[in-house]
Design a protein around this ligand. Structure first.
Ligand code: SF4
Length: 349
């Protein structure tokens, strides 16, 4: 496989960058779902006490996670994973899963994302994701907390009631079946998976198989939600879009983009393996592509796996914005790739 050096069979550079993920995918070690489910936690009622308990376990988690082997996996009465689930359900009552911070009761009202009941637009073994991920059991949730005028999946992301409603137990059975059919991971995407985090946690509580969780997201989560992902997501597949806040506001309706998404990349980078995607937009090489690639280099280093994507098409409302109403030129794509190579990125997909 391409992530193994052909000459001596050792892991190549991408293999090393995603080593934990590969070990879980091949069942050499337990997933974060399995390890978090194995760590006992105290059952507490109020949210502040629950967070204290969560943060206490989280501070030791990475050491324990690296130490836990299959032989040490247990089933406590109440686990760190159960605690994450309880906290996420409470957050739904005053939603701050993402930095839109709507603070409404999601069971009776809709916030900015308009996501109410989780709807699954489709699920299948995806062969078109990055090579280390395929076959990837990709689950597309309808709805999104972004309103990108050029959304390539707008028919899913802007219609949160599109698709099927499934009990988490049923989805867990499908995930387990897909694993037995050969999936290398379960890949939660949308739209964006963030508004459905409590449902996704409940689903994985019911999954029996050992399977790496891929969190495929714009990463505009709240800091609280990022803490819940730590110890749940094995690989962060992030969509890093903009190099400045003005473009994020005008094209996606999002404030404080750089601060939030930058902060969350730093958290995610410590919490799991990572592949960063960047879709090159026409006329946004200088204002977006280059500054965000420089930010990655300065803050996460140049060994991060980076996928510079050239498949932008002007769809949905893109034609209302003259700058993005056509394809990026070949020169623009080449310039972005050359810029990343010039900074020393070694794991470009
Ligand atoms: S997920 Fe984000 S956009 Fe949706 S209701 Fe919660 S805070 Fe608002």
């Amino acid at each position: 496989m391409f992530f193994i050096d052909n000459d001596d069979g050792r892991l190549g550079s991408i293999g090393l960058a995603l080593q934990n993920y590969f070990q879980i995918a091949s069942n050499e070690k337990p997933s974060r779902v399995k390890t978090s489910s194995s760590i006992p936690a105290e059952y507490l009622q109020d949210l502040d006490s629950q967070w204290n308990e969560h943060d206490k376990i989280r501070s030791e988690y990475h050491q324990k996670y690296l130490e836990i082997s299959w032989e040490e996996i247990e089933q406590p009465e109440f686990s760190y994973f159960d605690l994450k689930l309880e906290i996420s359900e409470k957050i739904m009552g005053c939603c701050s899963l993402c930095e839109k911070n709507c603070r409404i009761n999601r069971r009776i009202e809709n916030g900015f994302c308009n996501v109410n009941k989780p709807h699954i637009s489709s699920e299948f073994l995806h062969m078109g994701e990055e090579p280390p991920l395929v076959p990837s059991h990709t689950i597309f949730f309808s709805g999104c907390n972004f309103k990108c005028v050029y959304c390539q999946n707008w028919d899913i992301s802007q219609y949160p009631d599109h698709g099927r409603v499934l009990e988490p137990e049923k989805l867990a059975k499908i995930i387990d079946l897909r694993r037995r059919q050969g999936s290398r991971n379960v890949n939660f995407v949308g739209g964006d998976p963030t508004p459905n985090l409590p449902y996704i946690l409940m689903t994985m509580k019911n999954s029996m198989e050992n399977i790496p969780v891929v969190w495929n997201s714009n990463l505009y989560l709240s800091e609280h939600a990022m803490k819940l992902l730590d110890g749940f997501a094995d690989l962060y597949l992030t969509d890093f879009k903009y190099g400045n806040n003005e473009c994020a506001k005008s094209l996606s309706g999002i404030s404080n983009y750089c601060e939030v998404v930058g902060r969350n990349h730093k958290i995610a980078f410590k919490a799991g393996d990572m592949i960063i995607r960047h879709l090159v937009l026409p006329n946004h090489v200088e204002c977006c592509s280059k500054p965000l690639i420089k930010w990655i280099s300065d803050n996460l280093g140049t060994k991060v796996v980076l996928n510079i994507m050239s498949q932008y098409r002007p769809v949905y409302n893109a034609f209302e914005h003259e700058d993005i109403s056509f394809l990026p030129s070949k020169n623009e794509i080449r310039e972005v790739i050359a810029y990343a190579e010039g900074l020393g990125f070694v794991n470009l997909i």
